[in-house]
Design a protein around this ligand. Structure first.
Ligand SMILES: *Cc1c(COP(=O)(O)O)cnc(C)c1O
Length: 393
């Protein structure tokens, strides 16, 4: 006897999720990806305990290390999860009992670094400079000189909430001079801004697939010297799933992932890393910055001023103050109707909007966006009090 599918209610049987329309993503990740990256998702199914999966993991780890500027002393550990998973794996795994994490704080993601540490009962010292304000390097220097309990510094390289690029090379030099360890959230910089774990004295570098590396969501990584990862046997694990050393041992020594990796996302990341290394970070950075410069120049004519001063801006994200009479939600919705997705900011930044230029965006798409932007501004605005931009990190 055959069981007939039509016995399920017709509504349930036909309720399929329809694919979204093609959209130009001007949000700070996930990004529009290269067709070759998306095509990797359609590779045949594999078992993660077979040699082809081991080869895939090895290849992605080596390429992630290369993008970070690591040398033969370095390796990378892959995690299934978004960037925050890798961040939490590092923070919870490397700060020893009795250590303190110093967080130079100028935005939302610095707060996340501090909050992760606190969730694991790790003492945190926040050095607050104000959102969108530059880090005062002398203050970091003084804190390290004065507080011997500080074992680690947690720096967000690009504070994606404000579009501010923090001074990694200078800060790395200070942390190294004080003989402390530097953890860098490079989640929105790897691929888009110069970063070199050796030259910049980065001890723990955290990256993710779906921002400026132009891969797809689902996988993240930590690049570090092998000796540092091996040395984690001295620190008692605070979590089971995100125990960085356990993942390192499984991937590096046993060549078998600890848990099920995001296999398809890793195939996509493998291609994305090839494309990154072929293009080079210098060229990609220029590509993003050219798009950003066009958007900044165009929006300036409409009275949209960047939140962050020139010289501190990342190539991939700009936060703009909204001129009087322009409302974020209206702008967002008009642009969305034309196929462009812009982004809001955490409410404490007030009346702003955020436009990212990361991912596979063409010059023509930026031109079309600027035309759509003009049309959105010309469209009648709803009357009434302007509301702050939506709560987004
Ligand atoms: C996007 C981002 C993260 C992590 O976000 P996920 O949603 O977990 O990928 C962390 N730090 C910075 C600086 C980011 O831009």
């Amino acid at each position: 006897m055959t069981v007939r599918a039509t016995e399920t209610p017709a509504t349930a049987a036909t309720a399929r999720t329809t694919p979204p329309p093609h959209q130009v993503l001007l949000n700070p990740g996930p990004v529009n990806v290269h067709d070759r990256v998306r095509a990797a998702l359609a590779y045949p199914d594999v078992c993660h305990r077979e040699p082809e999966a081991a080869e895939l993991l090895d290849a992605v780890r080596a390429k992630a290390t290369a993008v970070c500027g690591g040398d033969e002393r370095h390796t990378s550990v892959l995690l299934a999860g978004s960037g925050t998973a890798a961040l939490e794996a590092v923070i919870s795994s490397v700060v020893p009992e009795g250590g303190t994490l110093l967080v130079p704080h100028n935005g939302h993601y610095a707060e996340r670094v501090a909050s992760i540490a606190e969730a694991h009962r790790i003492p945190v010292r926040r050095l607050e400079f104000g959102w969108g304000q530059p880090i005062d390097l002398a203050a970091v220097d003084a804190a390290l000189a004065e507080d011997a309990t500080i074992s680690h510094v947690g720096l967000v390289h690009h504070e994606t909430s404000t579009g501010m690029l923090n001074p990694l090379a200078e800060l790395g030099e200070i942390v190294a001079r004080h003989d402390r360890s530097l953890i860098v959230d490079a989640i929105s910089t790897l691929g888009a801004e110069p970063l070199d774990v050796v030259a910049d004295h980065v001890d723990w570098c955290v990256g993710t697939a779906n921002k400026c590396l132009e891969g797809l969501p689902g996988t993240s990584f930590v690049c570090a010297p092998r000796s540092s990862l091996d040395g984690l046997s001295e620190v008692r694990p605070r979590t089971y799933y995100l125990d960085l050393r356990a993942h390192h041992v499984a991937q590096d020594r046993d060549r078998a992932p600890l848990f099920t990796p995001a296999v398809q996302a890793l195939y996509a990341l493998d291609v994305a890393l090839d494309l990154t290394l072929e293009e080079t970070v210098a060229v990609r950075s220029r590509r993003y910055r050219e798009h950003a410069d066009r958007v900044r120049a165009h929006l300036a004519r409409h009275g949209f001023e960047p939140l962050v001063p020139d010289g501190h801006r990342a190539s991939s994200v700009t936060v703009f103050r909204l001129p009087d009479g322009v409302e974020y939600q209206h702008l967002h919705d008009r642009l969305k109707a034309d196929g462009f997705v812009i982004y809001g900011c955490p409410p404490r930044l007030g009346r702003v909007c955020r436009i990212a230029t990361m991912g596979q965006l063409t010059t023509d798409q930026i031109s079309a966006f600027l035309a759509a932007f003009d049309a959105a501004l010309d469209a009648p605005h709803p009357t009434g009090a302007a509301t702050p931009s939506t709560s987004r990190a």
